[in-house]
Design a protein around this ligand. Structure first.
Ligand SMILES: Nc1nc2c(c(=O)[nH]1)N[C@H]1C(S)=C(S)[C@@H](COP(=O)(O)O)O[C@H]1N2
Ligand SMILES: [Mo]
Length: 203
């Protein structure tokens, strides 16, 4: 193979990667671990998932119930506000749309507060929350997600910065209007679109 051929191939690969990197992001090959607090100990026998707030009838699901819901796999990149991006993973789990079939939202609901273990929270508009690719994931690249990455279940919202993808997720609380979650209270952006660099500052 000639050098020019190789160089051209490299350039094409670099360009393809660059097009998928939002502004200010760099590529990471390994998957960093990032969270506040400690990795929770989870007992699947007592674990529950709660749907409450502005729903006609609140629901509490067992782990077996969630596991039995229809599943799908999505190939997607993720972008962390601390500037790393992980490209091309496959993520498997239960689509948010399947969970949402179990409740009826009250008409005044506009946002959701996502609740994780140890009081972690993050807020989303329903527009951002009800997207087809969003899931409750338990598997990445065919392997169970390790405890430090959110096992048994984490939210997956790939079009927004990764802090919106709450690890150890335990419930959705539907709200009339927006309210800042954990990192948002410390000044992270209320929405967090990586392509618009909505990193910090929303006041
Ligand atoms: N429960 C919980 N989920 C969380 C966090 C956290 O502190 N607690 N941190 C968020 C942030 S800031 C990031 S960047 C991602 C990191 O996920 P990872 O450790 O799997 O890479 O998790 C998000 N989900
Ligand atoms: Mo983050």
């Amino acid at each position: 193979m000639g050098f020019n051929f190789l160089r051209r191939q490299l350039n094409e690969r670099e360009r393809a990667v660059a097009e998928r990197l939002p502004p200010g992001q760099y590529l990471t090959e390994k998957w960093p671990v990032l969270h506040y607090g400690s990795v929770p100990k989870v007992d699947l026998a007592t674990w529950t998932f709660t749907l409450d707030g502005l729903v006609v009838e609140p629901r509490t699901l067992t782990y077996d119930h969630v596991k039995a819901l229809p599943r799908k796999t999505v190939a997607s990149d993720v972008h962390c506000v601390t500037r790393w991006s992980l490209l091309d993973s496959t993520w498997e789990g239960v689509p948010v749309s399947e969970v949402m079939k179990l409740v009826e939202l009250k008409p005044e609901a506009t946002h959701v507060m996502v609740h994780g273990e140890h009081g972690y929270t993050t807020n989303l508009s329903l527009d951002d929350f009800l997207r087809d690719e969003n899931m409750l994931v338990d598997t990445r690249n065919g392997e169970p997600i390790p405890a430090e990455h959110g096992w048994p279940l984490r939210l997956f919202v790939p079009h927004l910065y990764f802090w919106k993808s709450a690890k150890w997720v335990r419930g959705f609380e539907f709200m009339a209007g927006d309210r800042p979650g954990f990192w948002e209270q410390y000044g992270y952006h209320m929405r967090g679109d990586p392509w618009a660099e909505e990193r910090y500052g929303w006041q």
